[in-house]
Design a protein around this ligand. Sequence first.
Ligand code: FAD
Length: 503
Amino acid sequence: LLIEDDYIYYMNKSLPYHSSISNATITDINNINCKVRPKLLSIVNSDFFKFFKLNLFSECPFWDDNNGFCTNRACAVDIIEDGYDSLPDYWKPEVLGKIDDLNSLEKQPIDVQDEFLNELCNRKFLSNNPYSPLNCRDIDYCDVDYITNHPDAVLVDLTANPERFTGYGGEQSGLIWKSIYSENCFQTDDKNATGLAQEVFYKLISGMHASIGTHLSNDYLDVESGKWGPNLDLFMFRVGNWTERLENIYFNYAIVAKSIKKISPYLKNLEFCSQYDQKTLDLLGDISGNIDTTLFDENLIFDTELSSEVKDQFRIKFKNVTKIMDCVHCDRCRLWGKVQSTGYATSLKILLEMDNDPMFVVNSLTKYELIALLNTFDRISKSVQLINDFEVMYNEKYNKEYKSKNSLVGKVLSKLAHITKVSEQKESDDNTQVDYIVPKDDGYDSNIKLNDIKTTFTNSWNNEVIEVKKALMFILKSYIDFPKNIYRLFIIKVNEIYNKFIY
Ligand SMILES: Cc1cc2nc3c(=O)[nH]c(=O)nc-3n(C[C@H](O)[C@H](O)[C@H](O)COP(=O)(O)OP(=O)(O)OC[C@H]3O[C@@H](n4cnc5c(N)ncnc54)[C@H](O)[C@@H]3O)c2cc1C
């Protein structure tokens, strides 16, 4: 019911959530995604793009509590509540969250590890940034030096460690998310730019959070059956029931896709992978060819000199997000958290800094930023695909009689498409206006709202009925078990007395 309240609240509120910075409809993005997905898969499975460098032993720089999840069971109780002790070892969160198949390079000194990736490249400049931040303006949105040069960092094969359910949860992960969201506090005199920066920052984090939720719901371990597979109810609970979270996944898609479009023409100059050069460049060219430049208009975010102060704050705050990932005590979650926060940071660097001096930005990119960028695109692209898969599952399970448009996710998606159309219409009416577009509350919206409320209410009602039934069954079973339990108690007591008597 809480979710339902929040959901209705969202549908009714008139906050300027739907700005006109993205001109794409949900359908546009779904279509683009169908075309780029196979190519993206080939890229992230290639030798160059499948390794990421990570320091598994770095201490959390923000708070003292380094009492990690892997040694702290309490972190898991929210997810695996019952009988933690009775779970087989390989289902325990510290095992589910561990990184498998650490490359044998892990044991090698850092320069040998680097050599491995450098062998794939004609030029080494990607690991040695000639545009040292010491000499130049800082344009990094993540802590690049930390990733590439930390002596404890190791190469991890991302394909051997897919993002999935790990059982990581509870207070610790809640605290991490809370501190990431609370980075979103900008203070400048430019109210418009500050508001917009806050909105974009929130959407990025929420989209990343929702994408992680989508992946863990899709690759979920059912501890009762011991099988891995998609968990529709978990997806609906975490993401599907929340219009805003779904929208933010698509928003992040538009941001990352646009940054890849923007950097692609310059990748030719990088010659970053001799062995895979042509094939990788062809694939990247194909991907970029399918992305429309109007997908996202970065100039509407930070377009004026006035907002450069906001931009600087944005950069520092995003850098902090990538550092907060060191506080994540589940190794695999930390790995993907670091990859994705670095990927979004790289997107922002490309989108917001390239117009000033493209080659300055291009030459400052490290290979790990490029690897993170492409892998983040793969994560968000998979999330978009999964949203569509879950929609089909939802219709099959709950909504057979409804058409796709009337399913919960379907309604959300068509509403988003509708909102974008409204914003497009408004934009063409007034080209000079770059303000937020608030969706019109027309009959279409009211119908959707009414249907949403009905469907959400029916689902919540059915869930409550199932829970009440379960509770009643539990009470009934405890009455039935009562004589058996009394008998067992009696035997235990008799046994104790007998033992005392004997010894
Ligand atoms: C960096 C990081 C990576 C992780 N990776 C994994 C992983 O790979 N596999 C895995 O199983 N677990 C992972 N986790 C844990 C996972 O994200 C959840 O924290 C955990 O499953 C507990 O979920 P929860 O229901 O308590 O709510 P949480 O997901 O912890 O959310 C906390 C609160 O944030 C709000 N919230 C939730 N989602 C959103 C959203 N999209 N937008 C805005 N607000 C939101 C809600 O109010 C919620 O109560 C990761 C956690 C972190 C911090």
